[in-house]
Design a protein around this ligand. Structure first.
Ligand code: SF4
Length: 490
């Protein structure tokens, strides 16, 4: 729903990649593509470090991520691979440096001795670890002699409440920093309202200068409000700190030695040697300069003729922006929806860059397809997937076996998503014929084809579209059953 929530994570990954310390640097998300199942098909290294870009060590880092990433503990051995699971960024002591830097940035020249620093979190009674990360930072800054008149923690949903900031602080200047990973509705809308900067929540608030109009004169003080701490570029260094700390704690030597060749790049290079390659609506062709040009397939003729007034791009990472919005500017939450805009060309020097660009245009598509061809990747049964859901989605498995194939056609078919569904209903039980529109071997391609070698788009695990639909059906089933029982009882 919100493209800004993944943006800082991608930016930190770009910063780390540019350092050249790792053979591969990729991101995956809980509610956005690529998911935690697909991400292992995007990397080929034998040693994988996973750093949760999460603020606390709570429920998600302790339960959801290990389950979704199929981890057995800090160290998981899977086939020939070793997977290291590091601590989340938010609990690293060096987060303090970010908080100090951010406070100075948003209140330049304001003496710390006349300033109260308020670090704001969400707060929840469900997991005490969710506030511990913030309390630890408050303690570090207070005891570190950094010169603030006072440093306090505050929360949206538990005491001490951020809405009471004026009573909690005494200094003439108050700097408020949200301890969140990204700027979402909480930092754009909810906290500004609780602080009194904005009067009510609404769509306009995200463009309404929540962060830009400092200071705000409120309660006889100067209030400075920052955006989420996770947007601070220094966070990339904290991600690396967590990797270094993991190595130190577990006595791991930094892996050295020769970097193996990439099977994905070799496959792509082989296909491109034969001619152009199409993945979804993206077409890759030789660009005449010894490199490759990626465009929308509908622009193939214009590229071939040398005509066209292009929006020009030149880095693999640019593919992320290209894929982000439709022609009309709408956020494309599902990359495999046939809504990629046209009119752009992405010129890349080598196949390695093309492979990375493809993972932004169609996350994990090449790796999943190759894994399936090799018989190493198969779909996750829907029942198993729904059984892993939590929170408001934990009842989604109440959808019936009979409802599921039609649901898949309704939610994923009719041109909504190009992927071919390969997940079965249950282990060994495929979706029925009702879902043939989404499961046939001819599915997985764009309607528009350029006569190129085509890589199919495959769905190995349902996306949130299916979970949401299953939850709705399960709820209706539950209500219908309750109504029938009530009627029977007279
Ligand atoms: S669940 Fe449906 S909409 Fe989601 S990625 Fe798979 S095929 Fe596409």
């Amino acid at each position: 729903m919100n493209p800004d929530s993944s943006a800082p994570t991608y930016e930190h990954a770009d910063a780390i990649r540019s350092l050249g310390l790792f053979a591969e640097v990729v991101c995956c998300f809980w509610k956005e593509e690529p998911n935690m199942r697909e991400v292992f098909e995007m990397v080929e290294s034998e040693v994988i470090y996973i750093v949760p870009n999460f603020i606390s060590e709570g429920y998600f880092c302790q339960e959801v991520l290990p389950r979704e990433l199929r981890l057995e503990g800090p160290v998981t051995r899977r086939g020939t691979k070793t997977i290291y699971y590091c601590d989340p960024v938010g609990i690293h002591a060096n987060m303090m440096r970010l908080l100090l830097q951010r406070a100075d940035e948003i209140a330049p020249g304001v003496p710390r001795g006349e300033t109260s620093l308020v670090i704001v979190g969400h707060g929840t009674s469900l997991n005490e670890n969710s506030t511990k990360a913030i309390q630890d930072q408050v303690k570090l800054i207070r005891e570190g002699g950094h010169g603030f008149a006072e440093v306090v923690d505050a929360y949206m949903e538990q005491a001490p409440l951020v809405a009471e900031w004026a009573q909690m602080t005494t200094s003439p200047n108050v700097v408020v920093v949200p301890f969140f990973i990204a700027d979402g509705l909480h930092s754009y809308q909810d906290i500004p309202v609780l602080l009194g900067i904005m009067e009510e929540t609404g769509a306009a608030l995200s463009e309404g200068g929540s962060f830009g109009n400092n200071p705000h004169a409120l309660h006889g003080r100067q209030l400075f409000y920052s955006n989420a701490i996770g947007t601070e570029p220094l966070l990339a260094a904290v991600i690396l700190d967590q990797v270094a700390d993991f190595n130190a704690k577990h006595g791991i030597e930094v892996p050295t030695g020769e970097v193996r060749g990439s099977a994905m790049e070799a496959k792509l290079a082989g296909m491109l040697a034969e001619g152009s390659v199409q993945v979804g609506e993206a077409l890759i062709q030789a660009n005449g300069d010894g490199g490759w040009v990626v465009t929308h397939v509908k622009d193939a003729a214009a590229v071939a003729s040398g005509a066209g007034d292009w929006e020009r791009w030149g880095r693999a990472e640019d593919a992320r922006l290209i894929a982000r919005n439709t022609e009309e500017g709408k956020f494309r939450a599902i990359h495999s929806a046939p809504t990629m805009k046209g009119g752009w060309r992405l010129d890349l020097a080598d196949v390695a860059a093309v492979r990375r660009a493809l993972d932004y245009l169609y996350p994990a598509a090449l790796g999943v397809w190759m894994g399936m061809e090799a018989g190493e990747v198969k779909g996750t049964p829907l029942r198993q997937y729904l059984g892993r859901q939590t929170g408001m989605y934990r009842f989604s498995n109440g959808v019936t076996d009979e409802q599921i194939p039609a649901m898949a056609v309704k939610e994923c078919g009719g041109g909504k998503c190009l992927r071919r569904i390969v997940w079965p209903l249950n282990e060994g039980v495929p979706l029925s014929e009702v879902a043939a529109e989404k499961t046939g071997a001819e599915v997985g391609y764009a309607n528009e084809r350029a006569g190129a070698t085509c890589v199919p788009l495959v769905c190995i695990e349902p996306c949130p579209v299916i979970v949401g639909a299953a939850r709705k059906l399960a709820r209706a089933n539950f209500e219908a059953k309750a109504a029938a029982e009530a009627a029977a009882a007279g």
